[in-house]
Design a protein around this ligand. Structure first.
Ligand SMILES: [Zn+2]
Length: 691
């Protein structure tokens, strides 16, 4: 299931979504939730000229109306829907019935998992006892010969130290599940955090070292020892960062696919017995595996050999404590938030524990919790309506391929073949995961988290050498997000995002196509962005383009790279046009497909203008204008500068306002809908179009 291309890209999000007009809350009645309309006239700044700055026109008042809650780094439609879903999930996990359900049942497991997570008195009372056996193991490390067993054990607990081992679909044979091994072990979000020389980055590194020292002190080290160990851990991670692949490199399938024999791989990392590690982590016996980042391992080996064991032990202890911070006494949780939330993202206040526990329950038991969520919040009529819309968007893509003038008939045949092979996954999986072998013990929060992580790893490792299960999902049903997986050639829309305002049964087609329609179009276009276009209808990394068409495609995508590279994200930071290319292509294609689908549906109905009561309510705007405003309002946001900075450095999506402006400037349909004159900022004479 894991596809290394999906670590950040492929999905819709880093941020928000929209809520629809006339709606109250989504189906069900989670309390304390204030829906934002999908067509939110209050958020608009109608004094702005849509042809000069469309984001300002559609979203200009949003930030004023929606201050960022103290416990969030940003606020937008996505966060608002996440808030709704959290309330909905809380009702499910806290139902008295859950506590009395049959032991071993899914309902009982989610109830017990959440209740144990919420029992902070018990967590406080147990102190370090739950992780003491793990700390003892680390303390017992006396030779690098013991490292394979220790790293495998910590990786099984979900602690990402030194390397990452798992299963994935073979890029070149999508019917196969293979083993992979990948770089891991950096505490900061991305390699460049260790290497940049600007003041802000230097300051962040100082704060990180202070954080490492604070965690070591909480683990019982003296202040002096902690300070010195922290600096040495920083040196160790800096060495690893230099050999790590960066975010742009990792978007290129060829750079993250290197099949090697296990013996050949083992020779690149002599400091760790790779065969022993592979066995101890619980992998089936493998002869070969994908070494995702081959340059990393010789450097890892050298770094381990050149580092004293005391520093390695300190490194392992810190990462163990950080990865279980919320399962430990509150001082660990506070320290973890202070660095990763307050300093890195600018968030003043830790999110309420009940939200974090609900989210943790979703991570550990997502398809058990999701089954109950779907029953209550994703009705058959919602599924039918979204299926219809997905088909409309796919039909629009077929027409789009027919009409584009730069692609030859031969490549068009292949593109259509790929389009017709796309699998639509909507709402929830047809078959649910089996959690019967996962033990959830009341009162054992740490143990529940640790067992869940090992259970998930075993589930993934168990696939190696077996045929691919194409029914599987990579997101849980309550998730407010969506993705395209090039190896599966499928588009996936969890029930969690098919809610108001993204999809609202009371809204006009124009508004729904602007919101969720653009999201569907976005994911479908990922199959044909610079990354997705390298995979064929069956999900294999295989070039189906004629050389001439490929050349034209690259010229078209280069236009998008140049366009977005000129945008400023925050302060002096420019958008990285290469890192964001796939998402920008998907944003552009997505809105065009949604627009085409709406026009086709309106023509079918024979009534392109506003006639239904809902449409009359929005009748100031034509259906075309509603679609563009609905789309833009997916991305109305209020963000702290720290989180914008983090996104620009790590996230393959462009900043929200640019996801709006960057798209409409490329659409003559937009200029026409709003009567913009050629040469106005939102209707430039030169523009880009891929799809
Ligand atoms: Zn995307």
């Amino acid at each position: 299931m894991r596809n290394p291309l999906l670590t950040a890209a492929g999905c819709l999000l880093c941020v928000t979504l929209t809520c629809s007009a006339q709606t109250a809350a989504p189906a069900g009645d989670a309390q304390q939730f204030n829906p934002i309309p999908g067509f939110d006239t209050a958020a608009m700044d109608t004094s702005a000229d849509p042809c000069v700055d469309f984001y300002q026109f559609a979203c200009g008042n949003f930030a004023k109306l929606h201050p960022i809650p103290a416990d969030l780094p940003e606020f937008d439609q996505f966060e608002n829907l996440i808030e709704f879903n959290n309330h909905a999930l809380r009702e499910i996990v806290e139902k008295p019935a859950a506590a009395h359900a049959a032991p071993g049942s899914n309902e009982r497991k989610i109830g017990d998992y959440d209740a144990s997570c919420m029992d902070t008195d018990a967590i406080e009372k147990r102190g370090l006892a739950p992780i003491q056996p793990e700390l003892d193991r680390i303390a017992a490390l006396q030779s690098t010969q013991d490292l394979p067993a220790l790293i495998a054990h910590l990786n099984r607990l979900g602690t990402g130290v030194f390397l990452d081992y798992g299963s994935m679909q073979d890029f070149k044979d999508a019917t196969r599940e293979i083993a992979y091994v990948d770089q891991s072990g950096l505490g900061l979000p991305e390699k460049d955090y260790y290497l940049r020389t600007d003041d802000k980055s230097v300051e962040t590194r100082k704060q990180y070292v202070a954080h490492l020292a604070n965690v070591l002190k909480l683990l019982g080290d003296s202040p002096d020892a902690a300070q010195s160990e922290a600096q040495k851990i920083m040196d160790l991670e800096t060495e690893l960062s230099k050999a790590s692949q960066g975010a742009v490199e990792r978007r290129d399938p060829a750079k993250i696919y290197h099949m090697m024999s296990l013996t050949g791989f083992a020779a690149t990392v002599p400091a760790i017995d790779a065969r022993k590690y592979s066995q101890l982590i619980g992998s089936p016996v493998v002869q070969e595996l994908n070494v995702i980042s081959p340059d990393f391992f010789p450097a890892l080996s050298k770094t381990i050999t050149g580092t004293d064991l005391a520093t390695i032990r300190a490194y392992l202890r810190v990462h163990l404590a950080d990865s279980f911070a919320m399962r430990l006494p509150h001082a660990f949780d506070d320290e973890n938030f202070d660095f990763f939330g307050r300093k890195l993202e600018g968030t003043p206040q830790q999110e309420a524990r009940w939200k974090r526990c609900v989210e943790a329950t979703d991570v550990s038991l997502g398809e058990a919790l999701g089954q109950l969520y779907v029953a209550q919040y994703f009705t058959p009529d919602m599924k039918a309506a979204t299926v219809r819309m997905v088909h409309d968007i796919e039909n629009a893509m077929g027409k789009d391929i027919d009409e584009i003038d730069w692609m030859s008939p031969d490549t068009k045949v292949k593109a259509k073949e790929k389009l017709h092979a796309v699998a639509d996954k909507i709402g929830y999986p047809d078959r649910w995961r089996d959690y019967s072998k996962l033990d959830i013990v009341p009162g054992d929060d740490f143990g529940n988290a640790a067992r869940s992580r090992a259970f998930e790893l075993d589930y993934q490792l168990n696939k190696i050498g077996k045929p691919v299960n194409r029914q599987e999902w990579g997101m849980t049903p309550p998730t407010v997000n969506a993705y395209y997986n090039p190896s599966m050639n499928d588009i996936n829309f969890p029930a969690g995002i098919l809610q108001p305002a993204f999809y609202d049964k009371n809204a006009t087609d124009a508004i729904n196509y602007g919101h969720i329609g653009a999201v569907v179009g976005h994911e479908l276009t990922h199959g044909f962005d610079d990354e997705g276009a390298q995979f064929d209808a069956q999900g294999n990394l295989h070039d189906w383009w004629t050389p001439e068409d490929k050349k034209k495609f690259v010229e078209k995508t280069d236009c998008i790279v140049d366009e977005y590279s000129q945008f400023t994200a925050v302060d002096d930071l420019k958008v990285n046009g290469r890192l964001t290319l796939g998402e920008n292509v998907a944003d552009n294609g997505g809105v065009r497909l949604a627009f085409m689908a709406l026009m086709a549906r309106a023509a079918l109905a024979g009534q392109p203008s506003a006639t239904t009561p809902e449409e009359k309510a929005e009748s100031t705007y034509t259906p075309q204008q509603q679609l563009f405003i609905g789309f833009a309002q997916n991305w109305c946001t209020n963000q702290r500068p720290e989180i914008v900075r983090k996104y620009v450095q790590t996230d393959p999506h462009s900043p929200d306002a640019l996801r709006v402006r960057g798209v409409v400037v490329n659409m003559p349909e937009f200029a026409h809908a709003f009567g913009c004159k050629a040469g106005q900022p939102m209707a430039p004479v030169r523009s880009c179009r891929v799809w």
